[in-house]
Design a protein around this ligand. Structure first.
Ligand SMILES: [Zn+2]
Length: 321
């Protein structure tokens, strides 16, 4: 599931490509992906809007549009954004041929024939086209730009949501989001205050977007390992020194994640369909059975509130306070 680093990395890529681009049309292939307004109104409202800025709030990607509107995208489990260069076409014939298959797969995207007389495409551009073609599967919404490019929201599991709102409603829409961990609002004092009243496990508390925005399972596990805190530790019992270490750990593992282009465990891809490299740098997440890089003890997995947690039983001892 994409977390802050994956969304941030996509936002940075997108910013270099689509700021100033005009959306000529939005094609909605799976209606429930559009959370607000109704899909028909969404398409009518967004046509002709210019993408003015790309931002991130927690795990939401935010696009400021002309006409004082903003678009929010939440990828949930398997949502990804993919940018196709001009020259790609959409084949929606499956919708008429096999409605059930259409609901699963969505449209097919294909590259227009190269004009004859060109020297032919090189091997590397063939490889890029093949990767893009593969990643276009399961497209739920496609934004067509006036310049011929297309921005696809692909989502095999269909949990991702896109919404469109007047700018005036932004504050209300993001009311459930706590401080941004990479911004000035995320202070040791504020973090300590948020943890002080929480009786549940620190792992659960870190997943609460109101405590700190954008942290999910991967980076919560990594931050707890960094801070040498057991995931089951009751949040309210952390000492100030531990809170400081965890605060530092959250910032450290998120920045490292962005630096490596995000963590692709299964599904996350960047704007060009490429996997992120951070999976090669995680210390505990999905590393159960492998030796801890600090002490050699085998990493263990446990289930806390129906989510898996990964930790080193030696480096992260459970202190009962
Ligand atoms: Zn260890």
């Amino acid at each position: 599931m994409p977390e802050l680093p994956e969304v941030e990395f996509t936002a940075r890529q997108l910013r270099t490509q689509v700021v100033g681009a005009t959306i000529s049309e939005a094609c909605v292939f799976w209606k429930r992906t559009i959370g607000h307004p109704e899909p028909e109104d969404f398409a009518a409202e967004i046509a002709g809007r210019c993408m003015l800025a790309i931002r991130r709030r927690g795990k939401f990607l935010v696009v400021d549009l002309s006409g004082d509107l903003f678009l929010s995208l939440h990828r949930r489990m398997t949502g990804n954004l993919l940018l196709l260069p001009a020259g790609w076409q959409i084949d929606t014939s499956l919708r008429e041929q096999d409605a059930l298959a259409w609901d699963t797969k969505g449209p097919r995207f294909y590259q227009e024939e190269q004009s004859s007389g060109s020297s032919g495409s090189s091997g590397s551009s063939d490889a890029i086209a093949a990767l893009l073609a593969k990643e276009t599967a399961y497209c739920r919404v496609c934004f067509n730009f006036a310049d011929g490019r297309r921005l696809l929201f692909t989502d095999p599991r269909k949990f991702g949501r896109i919404t469109l709102w007047p700018r005036a409603q932004e504050e209300g829409f993001f009311a459930g989001q706590g401080p941004e961990p990479l911004g000035d609002a995320f202070t040791v004092e504020g973090f300590a205050g948020a943890l002080a009243s929480r009786k549940s496990s620190i792992k659960q508390v870190l997943l609460d977007q109101q405590v700190v925005a954008g942290v999910g399972n991967i980076y919560a596990d990594e931050a707890l390992y960094y801070a040498a805190i057991h995931p089951l530790r009751r949040a309210s019992t952390l000492t100030l020194a531990e809170v400081e270490r965890l605060h530092e750990g959250i910032i450290e593992v998120l920045n490292r994640g962005i630096e490596h282009g995000g963590t692709s465990f299964n599904d996350y891809r960047d704007l060009w369909g490429e996997a992120g490299d951070n999976y090669n740098h995680v210390r505990v997440y999905h590393q159960d059975g492998k030796p801890c890089v600090q002490c050699g003890t085998l990493i263990e997995r446990m289930v806390i509130a129906q989510r898996s947690a990964h930790y080193c039983p030696t480096c992260q001892q459970l202190i009962v306070v």
